[in-house]
Write a new protein. Structure first.
Length: 219
């Protein structure tokens, strides 16, 4: 369990979280509360690096509470996954643009995934002021989530959706899309005007993985 502070990171902060899941191990990691990214005194950006290494036959469920990008914040987020060929991963990332009644800051997010020495995903996007709510961005959405399913979780999701490789839809005010990666992994992205519909969508996507004890059954 990751323990969040009352606020932060602040502008100028640089944080790094690293975790290694050994061969055959199982880990379900979350956080005690949301992360609120705030601007610093001198207008500097903040950064956060998440580096995860998952070994052969291991299972990881990474699902922290949302990251809130407060007004004036300039934040960079990078996620790097190094995975064995036969591991299982459920990775959830939820972001809220601005606190209640305020405009959001800016967040540049990137994820790089290497599985068995082969890159399977290199993806990045930027959300926030000044053009965050335009038609070329995410419209009126204030919540953004990405869910990455690798190994048995991806196979389960595909089997329950007829093997579709690129689909999308609406669910309780949440618009979403799903794409199959080169190795059969699934990347899903959802956007919503509020956090509750988004979190309900995440629960629907992750299915059995929503409960830690069930994710182990996928191994």
């Amino acid at each position: 369990m990751c323990v969040s502070t009352a606020a932060g990171p602040l502008g100028g902060d640089s944080l790094c979280v690293e975790a290694t899941i050994g061969p055959g191990a199982y880990a379900s990691i979350g956080s005690t509360g949301a992360t609120v990214v705030l601007p610093g005194q001198w207008g500097e950006p903040s950064s956060y690096l998440l580096a995860l290494d998952v070994g052969p036959g291991a299972t990881l469920r990474w699902a922290p509470e949302p990251t809130v990008i407060a007004k004036g914040a300039q934040h960079r987020m990078a996620t790097r996954l190094t995975l064995a060929d036969n591991c299982n991963v459920v990775l959830v990332d939820e972001m809220v643009l601005g606190r209640h009644g305020e405009q959001p800051g800016t967040c540049a997010q990137r994820i790089d995934v290497v599985r068995g020495d082969r890159p399977i995903l290199r993806n990045g996007f930027v959300v926030g002021a000044p053009g965050w709510n335009g038609p070329a961005g995410i419209g009126t959405a204030r919540g953004v989530a990405q869910v990455l399913l690798i190994g048995a979780p991806a196979q389960h999701w595909l089997s329950s959706h007829g093997g579709a490789t690129a689909i999308g839809g609406h669910a309780e005010d949440c618009r979403w899309s799903a794409s199959t990666l080169v190795d059969g992994s699934i990347l899903l992205t959802g956007i919503s005007p509020g956090i509750e519909p988004l979190r309900n969508w995440v629960k629907w996507v992750t299915g059995p993985a929503n409960e830690a004890r069930n994710c182990a059954a996928w191994v």
